[in-house]
Each structure stands twice: as C-alpha cells, then as structure tokens.
Design a protein around this ligand. Structure first.
Ligand code: ADP
Length: 618
C-alpha cells in the first residue's frame, strides 16, 4: 500500500518533469517560427558565414565596372550607354564566355548615336544576357526591342534582402510576372556559359543533370556564397581603365562577364553577411551568385524533422540529467547540453547545411531551467517533509516514553510492595495490587501492540483475515467498550438503526478502527454532549458508517493532516486528553486495506463527522 502510494507520488513527480521538458522543446520550436526567432537564426547564420568561409578559389567571372572614373570620363550618367558600348567592343577580342548586363535599357537614350553604337556592340557580343525587372503592376520592364533582339536571354535582376536587417543572403533564381517566369541574371549566365537548359520539376531544379538544391519551391532561392574577404576585392576592371589600357581585355578571356554600375551612390547597393555595414554593388552580388552556382557551393537548410528531433533530444537529455543526477555533476551535464546545442549548427555548417541556431539553444535553456527548478523544489520539499516528520516523531516518542513510564512505575512499585510485605499484607490489598499490575501490564501491551500494528500494516507485512461479520455487531461491541469511558463524561452514544450489512475482512482490525473513531469522538468532545452513530447503503456494493460528535472539531487545514503519523491538532493537545496521533493513521490503513475509504467533515467548536465507506458482501 505504502509502496504503491510512493510509486504514485514519484510517478506524478516525473510526469510533471516530462510535461516541463516537452513543453520546453515545443515552445522553443514554436518561437523559431516567429519573425523574431527567424531574425536570430539569421544573425547566427551571418556569424557562421564569417567563421566558416569557403577556401579561396579563382573566380570564373569578372566585373566590367562602370565606376566613378568611367562616369567622369564618359560625361556622367548620360554617357553610360557609350561607356558600355566602348567596354564591350574592347573585351570582344578576348572572347568572354557570356556577358550579363546589369543595366536597365528600357528607355530611349538621349543620344541616338550612343544607342546605335550600343546596338552594334550588342550585335557583336556572344551569349549576351540583358536585364529586366518586374514592375509593381506585374509587367516586365524590358530592354528596348533594338537591344533585346541581340540578347540570347532577358533575365530578371530582382534581388532579395531580408526585411528586418536589409542583408542580402538569398537570391531567387526564378521570378514570375504576368504569364512569364524569368530566370535570374546569374542563373541564366551560368546556363548559357555552360550550354545548359534548366529542368524544373514540382520540387526540384536541375540543369544538365546537375541538381540545384534550392530553399523555396516557387522562387527556387539559393543562398549566395559571397567571396570571403581573404580573396580580396572581386575581380573587376573599370571601363575607364580598359579604355586607357586595351591590354586589360585579356582578363576577360573565357570568363563570364557581369557589366554594371559600381558607383557607390547608385542606389543599387547591398549589404552582405561579410560586409558588416558596408555595401556591395548589385552587379557584384550577381557575380557572386554566379560563382555559387559555378562552384556548386550550395548552403541548404537542415530538415525540419531533424531540427525538431534534435530539440526534443536536448530537452529530454536535460530532463533525464536532473531526474537522475544531482549537485554539480548535473550542472556539468547541463553545460554539456548547452554546448551541444551551440556546436551542432557550427558542425553541420562545415557540411554546407544551415541549422537554425535558436530552437536548439532555447530548447536546451528552457528544459535545463525548468528541470533544475523542478529538482530544486522537489529536493526542498522532501527536506522540509523529513524535518517535519522527524520533529513530530520526537515529540511522539517523548510522549510515549512518558506514557510507558507511568504504567512501568506502577508495576514496579506494586510488585516491590508485594515481595516486601507479602507476609503481612491483607488478602484484599494483595488482590488489589495484583489487579493493578494486571491492568497496567495490559495497558502497556496494548500500547506496544498499537505501535507494532501500525508499522506492520504500513510495511504491508500484516495479513488480512477473511472473516464474515455483521456491521452492526462490530458497532455494538465497540460502543459497549467505549461506554464506560463516555459515561465518565456523561456523553450519550446513540446508535441509530444500521443497515443489515455483512462485511468480509479482519474483524479484529475493523473493531479497532470503529473503536478508535468512537473513543476519539468521546475524547475530543466536552461532557454532556452526544455521539451519533448511523449508517446507510450507498450504491449497490457499499455501505457508509458515520460517527458524528459535538466536540472541539478541526479546521480544514488540520483535517488534511490528521491521518499523518503522530500528528495532533493544537486543540487536541490543549484539551489535555492523552494521545499519540497514530490511531487515525492505523484506521486509514485498515480501511483502505479493506478496499474502503475514510472521509471527514469538521468544523471548529461545532463537531466532527468521520465516515467509513466499506464494501459489503454481495
Ligand atoms: P490521538 O487521538 O491519539 O491524538 P489519532 O490519530 O486518533 O490520535 O487522532 C489524530 C488527531 O486527530 C487527534 O490528535 C486530534 O487532533 C484529531 N482528531 C481525531 N478525532 C477527532 C475528533 N473526533 N474531533 C476532533 N479532533 C479529532
């Protein structure tokens, strides 16, 4: 009985821990879906991006830059087309693999000669890709037909940046507008330069049998792997320098060329995870995206399921740590869990997988905090309970030793009298002393028996007999035994007609229980009151026996504690009635061992009602 109760409280404790741990993991995962959570993941991504740069390589693309120098040379923005035409003419002999122009040529220029020159330059350019972008009304802002007709493809130059911090981490490879979906400038440059065709399936993108892992289905986003600072500035040649030194054209041989403005004030500037506040021109971003594609440096997302499982694994490990380990080793365990939550994102980043940083960190932190709090509270409560039990036990022992000493002194004194004065003592006196010894010995034996039975019962060592007996018989016998005691206080024990119910169980123990309730009712009632015993059938299989007094009563808090061993209420102690505080704990054991239960209603100064629900014979 006791064991199963302990098991029950222990399992409810672990149940609470399990709930805390699972809630921690679930909350951590849920928070990662908020924009707040996503932003933290992005900062962590930037950190790892800088921490784990790819090894330097020789870029296969180059920028033909319209920079400040070129603008100065060609007469400002009006000269851009002339500059572009000049630049393309100069690099043509080097036979670049493809030329991607990141300049919008949608309007007529103010210089017809310049436009014509540009048209001519385009006509002489192999694998030319021109730029367009999607207008708000959903139509494409295309290059003028005179330019467009020379282009192998008109790509889109829509770039993406994160709404909250304006950092460009991803690039959509496809953009849909009107009835048309266009590839990104960098992607098309890569396709054309390698003579490939894009192949699209509902959730896949590939070209020439090369799979391109993208992070979104529709837009086919990829993460741009920018060239790390260790590689220095991205290869580029200013059109102004090319004009002054045509030999520079050799740098474009066999390369994919991205042409665009690199003027810092141009507005087409982007922040990257490396740039730390500095910006890179749009054309450089396209060139970097091209490099990502050309070198297959894809950074893909970890699967949501693996992140979820990882969070739960961290939280469960935290729960197990605090459930089974205590003190500093538990804290070392917690530190290791936090460490694991931090190392996994870094570890998998090396394998080109982007693992969200926040959910693991939060799952570990939440689970550790709640499991540690759980442990702290449980340990404290246990300490508190053992202290309280010890205290009550000591008080009870003091009382019991005092109780035992009284009969022992009486026995000792009386037996001495008999042995010393046996010859001279009158017969009547001798019988009186012998009776006293007898009754005191019995009292002692009863006291010891009570102690032993409570211990044996609670340890589950006591076998229940299976007698058949009538409830009214038990009540009558107990009332008979309690009456002399009640008479002394002029308390009336009234037994109302009881249901004729037969019970099965240990009759002696059942008598002990009922007798205890009756004597308590008498003990804790003032004289000239009444104790009522009544009963009724409840449900098909049970009977209720109630013992109601008009005594000192108890408040609600006390009622919850009276079944604890050695507990006595203040009122009971002040009443001057002797007691040990263990009777009721035995009663409860007896009743529950018989498959029944005990209930108490009480009010201070008004009285108490103890009810036993007992199973009757069918
Ligand atoms: P004891 O009577 O030896 O102290 P019990 O275990 O029988 O021990 O009872 C525990 C406590 O419950 C008592 O000390 C008393 O405070 C309270 N109690 C029990 N029965 C009554 C009652 N009928 N009226 C008021 N208080 C009661």
């Amino acid at each position: 009985m006791k064991l199963s109760a302990q098991w029950r409280t222990a399992s409810s404790r672990y149940f609470i821990l399990a709930v805390l741990v699972f809630a921690s993991a679930a909350l951590a995962v849920a928070l990662d879906y908020t924009s707040f959570g996503a932003q933290f993941d992005k900062y962590a991504y930037d950190f790892l991006f800088r921490l784990e740069p790819p090894r330097p390589w020789q870029p296969s693309s180059i920028i033909l830059a319209i920079d400040e120098k070129a603008l100065a040379k060609y007469g400002g923005r009006n000269g851009i087309r002339a500059a572009l035409a000049d630049g393309l003419e100069k690099i043509a002999p080097a036979h670049p693999r493809a030329v991607a122009v990141d300049i919008i040529l949608a309007e007529r220029g103010n210089d017809e000669a310049g436009d014509r020159q540009l048209e001519q330059a385009f006509a002489n350019t192999r694998n030319l890709i021109l730029a367009s972008y999607l207008l708000r009304d959903g139509t494409w802002n295309d290059p003028l037909p005179r330019f467009r007709k020379h282009a192998a493809y008109v790509a889109q130059v829509h770039s993406d940046f994160d709404r909250y911090d304006s950092v460009s981490r991803d690039l959509p490879l496809a953009t849909a507008g009107g009835h048309e979906r266009r590839w990104a400038l960098a992607f098309e440059a890569w396709l054309i330069a390698n003579g490939l065709q894009a192949e699209e399936s509902p959730d896949d993108l590939s070209a020439g049998g090369i799979h391109i892992p993208t992070t979104s289905r529709e837009a086919h986003e990829i993460r741009i792997r920018y060239t790390p600072p260790s590689m220095g500035a991205f290869p580029q040649v200013s059109i102004a320098d090319l004009d002054a030194n045509p030999a520079l054209a050799s740098k474009f041989a066999g390369k994919v060329v991205f042409v665009g403005e690199t003027v810092q004030a141009a507005g087409d500037s982007w922040t990257t995870p490396y740039s730390n506040g500095r910006v890179v021109p749009g054309v450089e971003m396209h060139a970097n995206a091209y490099e990502t594609l050309a070198r297959h440096m894809y950074l893909v997302d970890a699967s949501q399921l693996s992140v979820l499982l990882f969070c739960f694994a961290l939280a469960i490990t935290a729960g197990l740590t605090y459930a089974f380990i205590s003190g500093w080793p538990a804290n070392v365990g917690a530190a290791l869990i936090i460490l694991a939550s931090q190392l996994i994102p870094a570890f998998v980043f090396k394998r080109f997988i982007v693992w969200p940083w926040l959910p693991g960190t939060l799952a570990a932190t939440f689970a550790i905090t709640s499991a540690a709090a759980w442990r702290h509270l449980i340990v404290r409560r246990q300490l508190f309970r053992t202290e309280g039990e010890k205290d009550r036990y000591q008080r009870a022992m003091q009382f019991v030793t005092h109780e035992m000493r009284t009969p022992l002194t009486a026995i000792q004194g009386s037996s001495e009298l008999i042995s010393r004065y046996a010859a001279t003592m009158p017969e009547a006196k001798r019988t009186q002393i012998a009776d006293l010894i007898n009754s005191e010995t019995k009292r002692l034996a009863r006291m010891i028996e009570t102690f032993l039975s409570v211990e044996r019962l609670s340890a589950g060592q006591m076998e229940l007999k299976q007698d058949h007996f009538a409830l009214s018989e038990v009540v009558d016998r107990c009332a008979e035994r309690a009456r002399p005691f009640a008479d002394r206080k002029r308390i009336d024990i009234v037994i109302e007609p009881l249901p004729s119910t037969d019970l099965t169980g240990d009759r002696e123990l059942m008598e002990y229980a009922v007798y205890n309730l009756l004597t308590n009712a008498v003990k804790y009632s003032p004289s000239e009151t009444r104790v009522r015993v009544f009963g009724e059938d409840i449900r098909d299989d049970s009977v209720r026996l109630s013992i109601q007094d008009q005594g000192i009563g108890m408040d609600k808090k006390e009622v919850t504690r009276i079944f604890e061993k050695f507990y006595r209420t203040k009122r009971a102690e002040q009443s001057g009635e002797a007691g040990t505080g263990i009777g009721l704990s035995i009663v409860e054991q007896i009743v529950t061992q018989h498959g029944g239960s005990i209930h108490v209603e009480s009010e201070p100064g008004i009285g108490s009602k103890f009810s036993l629900i007992l199973k009757r014979n069918q």
